[in-house]
Design a protein around this ligand. Sequence first.
Ligand SMILES: Nc1ncnc2c1ncn2[C@@H]1O[C@H](COP(=O)(O)OP(=O)(O)OP(=O)(O)O)[C@@H](O)[C@H]1O
Ligand SMILES: [Mg+2]
Length: 479
Amino acid sequence: MIPLTLREIAQATGGRLHNATGDETITGSVEFDSRKVTAGGLFIAVPGERVDGHDFAATAVQQGAAGVLAAREVDAPAVIVPPVDTSHGRAYVLAGDRDGSGAAVLAALAALARAVVDRLPNLTVVGVTGSSGKTSTKDLISQVLEPLGPTVAPPGSFNNELGHPWTVLRADESTRHLVLELSARGPGHIRALCEIAPPNIGVVLNVGSAHLGEFGSQEGIARAKGELAEAASDAAVLNADDPLVKGMAARAKSRVVFVGKGQDVRAVDVQLDDQARATFRLVTPRGEATVRLALHGEHHVGNALSAAAVALELGATPEDIAASLSSAQRRSARRMEVTTRGDGLTIVNDSYNANPESMTAALKTLASMAGHERRTWAVLGVMAELGDNHAEAHEGIGRLAARLGVDRLVVVGEQAGAIQHGARLEGSGTGEEPVLVPDVEAAVALLDTELRPGDVVLVKASNAVGLWRVVDALLGSRA
Ligand SMILES: Nc1ncnc2c1ncn2[C@@H]1O[C@H](COP(=O)(O)OP(=O)(O)OP(=O)(O)O)[C@@H](O)[C@H]1O
Ligand SMILES: [Mg+2]
């Protein structure tokens, strides 16, 4: 963070000083995990489900923290933030926030982050949202912007009212680009994140069916994601291949850059190699260049186009962009992470999360990697948060797996049973019945006895299933 005194932090957050003169200066980073605090840092006391950060305030100061942001008095130099009114519902509720103190700390964190952004006039803020591919695209954008100047982006998927401002607070005077992932679980969430760090460039990838339960309809999701198109001050980068995203152009207050088929920024001659890595010609108004992605799956082509459009806005040439995209690596774990074991078994670990769109992308990638020669396995678990669409969406995935000719379908957990049902309805054609196993252990036992060298196995489900334990078992046992 830029150096700020506790007095300045109190002013920015509307808080009051406690155990402090106000001259204490934060010169280090902002952390909410006391173990990560370093000299001169600011410790954010966040109430959690099992532990309350307030109990670690003194420890954080012993570790070198110069001050604490807290909702109640602590045994350390602190800014005590004012309570907030939580009676009208809140965008994001911290697990364990029983008395609203977490909401107060989050509001103060947001205000502090905004104060920091306001002191960094040379910063370009890029926001990314969409139902699928935010993290993947955020990682690609970072890798195309890094050659242009110092770039701050969140690790993994920090995209909510805690991780987003935490990331913003990593920026300082040396930062040129701040790349942020924005998630929405309801209307107004993205607008609130955009108020913390007003985006110069807003990227909207797609409108899927994740969180359909909360939003009620895809149009509702589009309305919420479109808040980013509205907030972008310089350019809205919109994926025109998704009609609901294309329609957000009407809401943009800035220039619109469309990416996708037949658009200003597009991919032509897309070809996939035997690992489903795409090669394509990047065509832009400023010229063309060839991109060879190291990422697996055709769906990354669209993500790469969005990253290219952002970099073009910031002055990169198509050649520079193509070079950066071609050397870009997967930075976040368990997303299309492809490993081949010593015995030739290939595992596609996409277990970080799942919704119908990313399941579809992953199954197509599996089919493309296997070609006609290799036997394919899809080990799939439940897709959470689909609301009324639950059964239909799961059935659809089962049908798709069958249509794509997946040889062995292993559905993990009763909740995902409709996948098996869908596959049965479609009929696999390979003679192998889709199976439903109760849990991860049963899946591992089945795979252990039936996998053959040369098979390709996709492992995917929503995060809570913890399906990566299947991957860990497969890699641990015979890596
Ligand atoms: N454009 C895309 N279309 C469909 N699926 C995609 C796309 N880009 C990435 N995916 C897949 O979506 C899954 C999640 O990817 P990623 O973590 O990048 O998305 P996210 O939007 O950040 O997700 P979350 O909402 O969990 O933060 C992965 O399986 C990834 O391969
Ligand atoms: Mg993410």
